[in-house]
Design a protein around this ligand. Structure first.
Ligand code: G3P
Ligand code: MG
Length: 345
């Protein structure tokens, strides 16, 4: 098939270093580009004093739609072509779990989007909270499905259904009913909704696509995110059952996510730029010390090349001493990319 190309650009490609961008709070806030982001994209695509272009990828904890759909949004917002070969979101690494689990409950996102994403990843039987509510409406006493939700939802054979794992792909749009359903599934004996455990430690595993307690949007203050739901579910499980719950999170700051990003970047450099060696340095630009800076710094200790953390002030972090110390702090992403290119010269 056709090889996806990077934004057509001028100049020579730099082989020695690469860039990786967080999205929310660095490039985008509340669905619109941070003003400097558009200029930053032009800068790294050749419009700089050295006439070089630098290969780059995106690594966001966000999610809720297919990689292609998200890249179409980003291309429009950043006025620069972005393709799935350079885009990793919170749930991208979850696709590897499709080899392990067949029947899964998927939580979060708008309408049917996350079901469609999970099916595209190869999960064979993807259940949503809507399916459970449609089949058994008193599951969530205060939630009534909209007509659209009702029409999209599937009636289940609850007696024979066995949920092997629960995945939170994107932010819940209805915390109360989603948490009720997560608890119901986790409190079962091996994922059978009709069979409650007596010991509460034999339910399916619960995976989150990331663990950000707060994130940056158009609001003046940070908003609670998926990590907040995780804290809430864990506290509820303990309150209801008396048993401690262990859950898992993908995304930044997990080392596995950065390893995934390294393989991904390698492939992107090779396919779109014809570079077959790894970069000596990868600059990571983020706004959240707990995810972006922590992850980059910890990965840097075990990575074969240098991972250099740059913290911007346009998102979660505003001022003061960050909880994880970056290699460099700058006002915004344009300053950030200028800094990286200068450091390489
Ligand atoms: O829900 C997304 C948010 O928690 C973080 O996104 O792009 O800053 O990693 P990002
Ligand atoms: Mg961010």
């Amino acid at each position: 098939g056709e090889v996806p190309l990077a934004t057509p650009s001028i100049g020579t490609t730099s082989e020695d270093f690469a860039l990786a961008f967080d999205i929310d709070g660095v490039l985008i806030r509340g669905g619109t580009a941070i003003p400097e982001a558009i200029e930053a994209m032009k800068y790294i695509n050749g419009e700089n004093p050295y006439g070089i272009r630098v290969p780059y990828i995106f690594l966001t904890n966000g999610g809720g739609k297919s990689e292609q759909e998200r890249c179409d949004d980003l291309s429009r917002q950043l006025q620069s072509n972005v393709v799935p070969g350079q885009f990793i979101c919170g749930h991208t690494p979850m696709r590897e779990m499709a080899e392990k689990y067949n029947t899964v409950l998927v939580i979060g996102g708008e309408g049917e989007k996350c079901r469609i994403v999970a099916e595209a990843y190869g999960f064979k039987n993807v259940i949503t909270p809507g399916d459970i509510i449609k089949t058994k409406p008193d599951t969530a006493p205060f939630r009534k499905l909209t007509e659209e939700e009702w029409n999209n939802s599937r009636t289940l054979d609850l007696e024979n259904l066995q949920i092997e794992a629960v995945f939170v792909f994107a932010d819940s749009r209805d915390w109360a009913s989603d948490q009720q359903i997560i608890l119901d599934v986790l409190m079962t004996k091996e994922g059978r909704l009709g069979h409650r455990s007596e010991v509460f430690n034999e339910g399916p595993p619960l995976y989150f696509s990331h663990n950000d307690v707060v994130w940056s949007t158009s609001h003046e203050y940070t908003r609670i995110g998926m990590g907040a739901l995780r804290a809430s579910v864990e506290a509820l499980y303990k309150a209801v059952t008396g048993v401690e719950l262990n859950t898992f999170a993908f995304g930044k700051p997990q080392i596995g996510t950065f390893q995934f990003a390294t393989r991904f970047l390698q492939q992107w450099r090779s396919v779109s730029h014809g570079i077959d060696k790894p970069p000596a340095t990868v600059y990571f630009f983020g706004d959240t010390p707990e995810s972006d800076i922590r992850g980059t710094n910890e990965y840097n200790k075990v990575a074969e090349n240098e991972w250099f953390s740059v913290l911007v002030k346009t998102g979660v972090y505003q001022s003061g001493t960050p909880s994880y110390r970056p290699n460099h702090i700058c006002e915004n992403i344009l300053e950030g990319v200028k800094f990286a290119i200068e450091r390489e010269h």
